[in-house]
Design a binder for this molecule. Structure first.
Ligand code: GAR
Length: 190
């Protein structure tokens, strides 16, 4: 039986991307075809190569324009695209080709702390400044509106009075690493 082909897009460290690669490494049903990054010096590039996963690069202009990444996904027979810390807006051309097959992880409980400029540490800083008592992660389908596609799952964590940016980041990464691959699997294997 044909495997389900994934492309993972990542811009930075790539701890989520690597966690997904490990999760599906010996899968009979799912294959990570490539990691795409918009940052030539991102840590994910060497980490993925060390695991023998193909790495492709696209400049910010190419991501914005869309044709190159649509072509790469078509050429690799990609079924689902996973955004794992990919910090550029997804072009409409790709969303039109994959209308409900692009899955994003966002480090807050959407609709709170979503939208333009809300990524990575910016999200956690805003959460702490507003003295929120809880935060969490949202896994959702990507549509043409930033951070507004159908929500697949959310997971929460409590925020203590002593919470720091680093400790909140750790809690969020823990939630991401323990839940994202499983939600991807549940979504794509029907
Ligand atoms: C993750 O926390 C992810 O939720 C966030 O970037 C981090 C990447 O970490 N994504 C966004 O903020 C998207 N708006 P990683 O590179 O270690 O996986």
């Amino acid at each position: 039986m044909k495997k389900i082909n994934l492309a993972i897009f990542a811009s930075g460290t790539g701890s989520n991307a690597m966690n997904i690669i490990q999760y599906f490494k010996n899968s009979d049903a799912v294959q990570v075809q490539f990691v795409l990054s918009n940052k030539p010096d991102a840590k994910i590039i060497t980490s993925a190569q060390d695991e023998n996963v193909k790495v492709l690069l696209a400049s910010n202009a190419e991501v914005e324009e869309g044709d190159k990444i649509v072509e790469l996904c078509t050429a690799h027979d990609i079924d689902y695209i996973i955004l794992a810390g990919f910090l550029r807006k997804i072009p409409l051309k790709l969303i039109e080709k994959y209308p409900s097959q692009i899955i994003n992880i966002h480090p807050s409980l959407l609709p709170k702390y979503g939208g333009k400029g809300m990524y990575g540490a910016n999200v956690h800083k805003a959460v702490l400044e507003n003295k929120e008592q809880e935060s969490g992660i949202t896994i959702h389908i990507v549509n043409s509106e930033f951070d507004k596609g159908e929500i697949l799952a959310q997971f929460k964590c409590a925020i203590s009075n002593e919470e720091t940016l680093e400790s909140l980041q750790q809690k969020i990464h823990y939630l991401e690493h323990t839940n994202f691959p499983q939600i991807i699997e549940k979504t794509i294997i029907k």
